[in-house]
Design a protein around this ligand. Structure first.
Ligand SMILES: Cc1cc2nc3c(=O)[nH]c(=O)nc-3n(C[C@H](O)[C@H](O)[C@H](O)COP(=O)(O)OP(=O)(O)OC[C@H]3O[C@@H](n4cnc5c(N)ncnc54)[C@H](O)[C@@H]3O)c2cc1C
Length: 589
């Protein structure tokens, strides 16, 4: 059941209390509640996603955030590596969390990403040859239903699952740049075609069709996938409008601190308490999880002492190690009327398109904003004298995202003209940032410092990605379409392109690693390989904050897979009769 008011709760004691009904949290809740002997509560600060058109309509995704009631409305602190600019840092604050607010591209990362995680944590269970099996219960690949176009060569059917929960599909509406993008792969050896960029096979290098969490013209999120289940399982309660303010220390055992009581508020005046007899699980995301840990006295004394918060668990890495992918819009002018800009500027054309989507779920509103993506590595010489920050040779250093209109999160679309944007993202950043509460008031936004572009490598690779975007756009396939470059993209010098990056880059919204995992014996992390919080009992973290390194891909797939493995880990620990359970079967419904 989904509840909206704490007074509707039947009890204050549950087996598990999960904080955050987001990408990972709701997935974990759905899996755990398959065991009908368990009673589970999920507390979500945000509102319902039901019937919210901007959330449902794929093309309208960019309007869900920033600065709306579905967003936490964070901004970053002035960025030293980016001319001291500040920018929005959206996070979904609604049922489904950021899976209800994101741009729906779905991947798992390269094998390397997972194998590195297994290596640094000493837990082979995180290696891809183990994690891959969760794909089968996670995804159901759906052929695009509307246009029924021929998808041969647009994905590799054998790699995918058709019996999981979260529906993944391909585009249902062509953009007029798509054929030029594909043509470029035939013209420039540097950009080979990759039939399947999910990362399930071995790598995701090359140019391919985006796979997205959308089907039948609508977004698929952890909420659209699992709310149905929540509504039918009496042992699973999700309470929305319930913001967790801190965890309460409930005892000490073998030198470990217990945190099995959760304080939350309805956002108005009242505070409430609930207890978990087994565990509290933080799935509040890379920002929210840190905020709750710090408010609860779990963190770096250097962060907590000045605020007068008693340090209950000294955990210096909480909020450190923030990683994100910088995103840079590279805008080209194109022949008049060739792009979608004139449609996006026209109120009547947009109204018509939205009406078509409302009545038939067709047209460009039923499709993601992007159909094609490219993933690439820097040339070998580039790495000389440099340790490769990529997880391995299968992992890309940067990404190109092709959008047939002016898409610049930092600068508004001009009143006239037609544009094509190649957004480039740095996928292997070496800069590390921080998240830190600035007061004991849970309603004060934390200080978020992604600290982007503060290493030579980061600036150099982002510059390299811009050069790659220009090479891509210079292929014969673009003759007769692209007419020029906008702003500092036209610069021919490294200094000019660096200026472009510092002035125009922001985030692709992928914060990870703020409560990162390390081996059991290593103090250099916040959670153990089984996701338990070091120095505590009865407390785990299950969201993207646990990743030691940001994966070189769009990270919602990893967020879902982390939840799948967490469910397995919890079943192994807490099953009433572990011998009866084969998690692979028990967890699938
Ligand atoms: C605009 C945008 C576009 C993106 N596009 C893509 C994309 O195309 N592909 C992709 O793979 N990734 C994309 N991402 C990133 C990706 O969606 C997220 O990284 C991922 O979903 C995070 O999952 P999570 O489980 O860690 O956290 P979330 O899904 O953010 O879940 C955290 C949940 O906890 C709740 N919460 C937080 N604090 C509290 C509290 N104190 N009390 C109660 N509840 C709380 C939040 O409201 C939220 O529901 C995008 C992100 C954004 C913002």
């Amino acid at each position: 059941i989904i509840l909206t008011d704490p007074s509707q709760l039947q009890t204050t004691t549950y087996d598990y209390v999960i904080v955050g009904a987001g990408t990972s949290g709701l997935t974990l809740a759905a899996r755990l509640s398959q065991d009908t002997t368990l009673n589970i509560l999920v507390l979500e600060a945000g509102v319902s996603d039901e019937n919210v058109e901007s959330v449902m309509a794929p093309f309208l995704a960019p309007s869900v955030t920033p600065k709306t009631k579905y967003d936490w409305n964070y901004t970053v602190v002035p960025q030293a590596g980016m001319n001291h600019r500040i920018y929005d840092y959206p996070r979904g604050r609604l049922l489904g969390g950021t899976s209800s607010a994101n741009y729906m591209v779905h991947q798992y990362g390269s094998n390397d990403n997972w194998d590195r995680m297994a290596k640094v944590t000493g837990d082979a269970g995180w290696a891809w040859n183990n994690m891959r099996r969760y794909v089968s219960q996670h995804e159901t690949f759906v052929e695009p239903p509307h246009d029924k176009h021929n998808t041969t060569d647009e994905f590799t059917p054998d790699l995918h699952s058709y019996r999981g929960d979260v529906k993944i599909s391909l585009y249902v509406h062509r953009q007029n740049i798509d054929s030029r993008v594909i043509e470029t792969t035939k013209q420039l050896k540097e950009f080979p075609y990759n039939k399947d960029v999910s990362g399930i096979a071995t790598d995701l290098l090359g140019v391919g069709y985006a796979q997205s969490t959308m089907t039948e013209g609508a977004r698929v999120s952890s909420s659209t996938t699992y709310s149905r289940i929540v509504n039918t399982r009496p042992n699973l309660t999700v309470l929305i409008n319930a913001m967790v303010t801190k965890l309460i220390n409930t005892g000490i055992s073998d030198g470990l601190m217990g945190f099995q009581r959760v304080e939350f508020t309805d956002g108005l005046t009242k505070t409430y308490m609930v207890e978990a007899t087994k565990e509290v699980i933080l799935s509040a995301g890379s920002i929210g999880t840190v905020q709750i840990l710090q408010l609860s006295g779990i963190g770096d004394p250097a962060d907590l002492d000045p605020l007068g918060i008693p340090v209950i668990v000294r955990s210096p890495k909480v909020g450190k190690n923030l990683q994100d992918h910088p995103l840079l819009p590279n805008v080209f002018s194109v022949t008049d009327g060739g792009s979608m800009d004139h449609i996006l500027r026209s109120e009547s054309e947009m109204t018509d398109a939205i009406n078509e989507w409302r009545t038939k779920r067709t047209g460009f509103i039923s499709n993601n904003i992007v159909n094609n993506l490219a993933f690439a590595r820097v040339k070998p010489g580039f790495l000389e004298g440099q340790i490769d920050p990529a997880a391995g040779k299968l992992s890309p250093h940067y990404e190109l995202i092709f959008v047939n209109y002016w898409l610049d999160p930092v600068h508004e679309r001009p009143a006239t003209g037609s544009y094509f944007t190649i957004l480039t993202a740095l996928l292997t950043p070496t800069s590390r940032g921080t998240v830190k509460i600035q007061s004991t008031n849970p309603f004060d936004a934390p200080l978020i410092d992604p600290n982007m572009l503060t290493t030579k490598w980061d600036l150099k690779v982002l510059r390299e990605s811009v050069k790659a975007a220009k090479r891509f756009a210079s292929a014969p396939a673009w003759n007769g379409y692209i007419t020029g470059t906008m702003g500092k993209l036209s610069s021919e010098t490294d200094e000019g392109l660096d200026d472009h990056a510092r002035q125009n880059a922001s985030t692709i919204f992928h914060p990870t690693s703020t409560a990162s995992m390390s081996s059991y014996s290593s103090p250099d992390g916040v959670v153990n390989p089984d996701l338990t919080v070091k120095g505590t009992y009865g407390l785990r973290i299950v969201d993207l904050s646990v990743l030691p390194y940001i994966p070189s891909c769009h990270p919602q797939g990893p967020a879902y897979l982390i939840a799948e493995r967490a469910a397995d880990l919890l079943y192994t620990v807490h099953a009433n009769d572990p011998d009866d359970l084969n998690p692979q079967y028990v967890l699938h419904y």
